[in-house]
Design a binder for this molecule. Structure first.
Ligand code: CA
Length: 226
């Protein structure tokens, strides 16, 4: 049974989320503020954390930073809960290393699906596969080879790294800044157009398989397996 820590100060939402998680077979821990949440996270090491951004005192982004800095909690995946207007916060959340975000109001069904998806893609069996397949596309990570059906696609080292980064975590939204950091190894403002240019070239080379790289409007890109 997986344990989920719910960090939310609004009792109605916290109760609704807890109830739905429990009826879906999860063990649920809850905290109404950041400090309490950090204590529980360190002590109990939950499998996943649902973190509301708007919290009294220490806000969600602060909590996220503390979780990422602490060796005992850094590997726990985080899904951010955000209000609709907080697009900036959503992006910040993803840059801080959150796996996903859910916009309020959300349906219990959507919440459970997202939680399951994150747990599934981070399970040990799913960790950095040597060969990634999606439809006609095959990415052989160790051999640095990409095939569309039986055709080898000629990619530059950067294009390959970009594709392998996205495809290595299918379903996860990567912001342009996060891609710059992980693929190019640097970040400076204004360089994000570099990412768009490379994605465009990569898609063109992949032909029909380029559709596996989805643009998430206003946020970044993600790789779709289907
Ligand atoms: Ca709140």
């Amino acid at each position: 049974m997986s344990t989920v820590l719910v960090i939310e100060d609004e009792k109605d939402i916290a109760d609704l989320v807890s109830y739905n998680l429990k009826t879906s077979g999860f063990r649920v821990l809850s905290a109404g503020d950041g400090q309490k949440a950090l204590d529980i996270a360190r002590r109990e090491h939950p499998d996943l954390i649902l973190l509301d951004l708007m919290l009294p005192g220490m806000d969600g982004t602060e909590v996220c930073k503390f979780l990422q800095r602490d060796e005992t909690t850094r590997d726990i995946p985080i899904i951010m809960l955000t209000a609709k207007a907080e697009e900036v916060d959503r992006i910040v959340g993803l840059e801080l290393g959150a796996e996903d975000y859910i916009t309020k109001p959300f349906s219990p069904r959507e919440l459970i699906l997202r939680v399951r998806a994150v747990l599934r893609r981070l399970s040990p069996a799913a960790e950095s596969p040597a060969v990634i397949r999606a439809g006609d596309l095959t990415i052989d990570v160790s051999a640095h080879r990409v095939l569309v059906r039986d055709w080898t696609i000629d990619l530059t080292a950067t294009e390959f790294k970009l594709l392998a980064t996205l495809a290595g975590r299918p379903g996860r939204v990567f912001t342009r800044d996060l891609l710059l950091d992980q693929v190019w190894g640097y970040e400076y403002p204004g360089a994000t157009r570099t990412v768009d240019t490379h994605v465009r070239r990569l898609r063109a080379k992949l032909k029909a398989c380029g559709r596996h790289i989805e643009t998430v409007r206003g946020v970044g890109y993600r790789f779709l397996e289907e």
